[in-house]
Design a protein around this ligand. Structure first.
Ligand code: SF4
Length: 436
């Protein structure tokens, strides 16, 4: 029985793709093992969203190659899609497959051999029309299942390489989404995270059009699983109806992760983002007025070309005054092939570092404030299948994305339980079971 390692970098959509690869591998001849074990075949599903993820992808390839020099090395994913030549220069790589080609790995795995020179199979993804997603029932060790309901993106934000790696937007049929969530629920998953590259454009290309809101209304009616969480959305994709649905829903988690990217209107314009700091501010206030306990996470890029101190201060102040919960901070990363990579007024790396540190400190303050607000309050926590490695306590997330630690037995794992938050210590929330 040959051993296979599948290593994944990047977003939930890419992790879902890896789960599909794992499921397509003939389990009668091949055994998928964790990446700390030795293996005969390594599949590296790469990410190219930043220069750092390219570097991490290369590091993984080299680490596996050093660990098992005779093993077959197959590289796929977004880095392979946009820059196969660069990967082909890494010694020991046998196959480089594009994002469409990765769907066929399982089929051909047993016939693949070590090669003198890597074989590159990367087709153009720009013509992709359909989202191919066979039924799946296992999602590795996680307690929550990610479901890729959409792939690709038709937007062209000036800093983003993703559309060149993932192609145009394409969506899973609503019926397939429902069936797949039911399958996850039968497999014991209590929460499904709706993922994709730009889920806000879900269903717009379907005929008839069936938007993300239509999908959520349908899922609310069908209730196929206990909890549904949304992955990130652009500000202009969150409508009043969607906020109202989240406010009244039995299954949709009151948690929104919003891709703001900058809080300065001049920079937003240069990024090709079609909203303003004022419209974002209004959106956050409307969400919090309808759903006071909602968690609002924000993606922000620091050091976009042309960002002077005043622009950065506009972003900082906006996030400081708004009731957002946490920040994901991305230092600007020049992506070859994007317009922003050609902009002449690139920001100095040290300045980017300083600004990033400022925002990380603000992120800590925001999280702490949000967590403090829940001391003494009850919430529903989905207990994960693995205990917290540091404390040995049970761990899980509330519906509004509070990371909670609880004292209790393994029988509580994979169950949603009611707890009362008792204290916050070093950005960790401790809770006790609500006695009924
Ligand atoms: S919406 Fe913009 S940032 Fe997001 S994937 Fe599309 S092009 Fe990239």
């Amino acid at each position: 029985m040959k051993k296979v390692v599948i290593a994944t970098l990047g977003c939930k959509a890419n992790q879902f793709d890896s789960a599909l690869i794992e499921q397509s591998i003939p389990q009668s001849d091949l055994k998928v093992v964790p990446d700390d074990e030795s293996a005969d075949i390594y599949i590296i599903n790469t990410c190219t969203v930043t220069r750092k993820t390219d570097y991490q992808s290369r590091q993984l390839i080299r680490r596996f190659q050093r660990k098992d020099p005779e093993a077959l090395i197959i590289v796929t994913g977004c880095y392979a899609q946009v820059n196969p030549e660069e990967i082909s220069r890494i010694p020991g790589v046998d196959y480089i497959l594009g994002n469409r080609e990765k769907e066929e790995i399982g089929q051909f795995l047993l016939q693949l051999q070590k090669r003198e020179r890597p074989l590159i199979r990367v087709g153009s993804i720009a013509e992709e029309k359909r989202l191919h997603s066979p039924p799946i029932s296992r999602f590795s060790q996680l307690s929550r299942a990610f479901l890729k309901i959409q792939d690709g993106c038709n937007r062209r934000c000036s800093f983003c390489i993703v559309p060149y790696a993932r192609g145009p937007t394409r969506s899973l049929e609503p019926e397939q989404v429902l069936r797949q969530i039911e399958r996850f629920s039968r497999a014991g998953y209590r929460e499904v995270v709706l993922s994709g590259i730009n889920i806000g454009s879900y269903g717009l290309e379907l005929s008839p059009c069936f938007s993300l809101l239509d999908l959520l209304l349908n899922l609310e009616k069908q209730r196929p699983v206990q909890r549904i969480r949304l992955s990130s959305l652009n500000p202009d994709e969150i409508s009043e109806e969607m906020i109202n649905l989240l406010a009244s829903s039995e299954i949709l988690c009151p948690h929104l992760h919003i891709s703001l990217q900058s809080g300065d209107d001049r920079i937003l314009k240069r990024m090709g983002r079609n909203y303003t700091s004022e419209s974002f501010s209004g959106l956050v206030r409307r969400i919090k007025s309808k759903i006071p306990e909602a968690s609002i996470g924000v993606d922000v890029i620091v050091g976009f070309p042309g960002e002077v101190e005043e622009n950065f201060q506009n972003t900082y102040k906006l996030l400081e005054i708004l009731p957002v919960t946490y920040l994901h901070i991305f230092p600007f990363s020049k992506r070859p092939g994007t317009p922003a990579a050609q902009f002449s007024d690139q920001v100095n790396g040290l300045v980017i570092k300083e600004r990033s540190q400022c925002l990380h400190e603000l992120d800590r303050q925001k999280r702490r404030q949000f967590y403090q607000d829940f001391i003494g309050k009850s919430c529903l926590v989905l207990v994960e299948r693995k205990r917290d490695s540091k404390s040995g306590l049970l761990r899980g997330y509330s519906r509004n994305y509070l990371p909670v630690l609880i004292r209790g037995g393994d029988e509580l794992m994979s169950r949603e339980i009611e707890v009362q938050i008792s204290q916050v210590e070093r950005e960790r929330l401790y809770a006790s079971l609500e006695m009924r």
